[in-house]
Design a protein around this ligand. Structure first.
Ligand SMILES: [Zn+2]
Length: 172
């Protein structure tokens, strides 16, 4: 059996969602100015500690909520949907997604179900393993845009009606 050679650290919410890169993106600052991001149980918030050497921030702290990170997690994927080309396949409610720029990029399979969109990319796999309430990758967002859907929770919420509408209107 072939296995991965490198020993990867298990992916956790901390390493996948509550990251320095995400904190920098949320705060609109350079990630190298951040010294650490840690969660305070007492405050129920993340404390973002800056480098003392930063003249603008002067070793300050800023606070972020879990919600801030979750929102960024979704938004950063939603923004990247523009890099994705989605096409219909000959299977019903099944689509293929690939990079719109790189012709050699991997191709992923998306499936539209009554409550969500599944994708076989690594990102969704990790999110499933982390048991995030709703998994969504940039490929799913690209498909949602194509189908004129604003949010995944919309299909989950109004299930049959919205789903049926989408299915009825699939023309591309
Ligand atoms: Zn995906």
């Amino acid at each position: 059996m072939q296995t991965t050679v490198t020993k990867e650290k298990p992916i956790t919410k901390d390493s996948y969602i509550f990251t320095v890169t995400a904190a920098a993106r949320i705060l609109g600052i350079d990630k190298y100015s951040i010294e650490s991001v840690r969660f305070s149980e007492i405050l129920n918030k993340f404390i973002v500690q800056f480098e003392d050497s930063d003249p603008l921030l002067g070793g300050q702290q800023k606070f972020l909520t879990k919600q801030n990170f979750y929102r960024d997690f979704a938004n950063s994927r939603r923004e990247r949907r523009h890099q994705i080309l989605v096409k219909r396949t000959n299977q019903p409610l099944t689509f293929s997604a690939t990079s719109s720029k790189d012709m050699m990029a991997s191709r992923y399979v998306l499936e539209l179900t009554p409550s969500t969109i599944t994708c076989n990319c690594k990102d969704q796999e990790v999110q499933r393993n982390l048991k995030l309430p709703q998994q969504c990758c940039k490929h799913s967002y690209a498909l949602m845009e194509l189908l004129g859907m604003q949010t995944l929770s919309l299909i989950a919420y109004r299930k049959d009606k919205v789903y049926q509408n989408i299915v009825d209107n699939l023309e591309f």
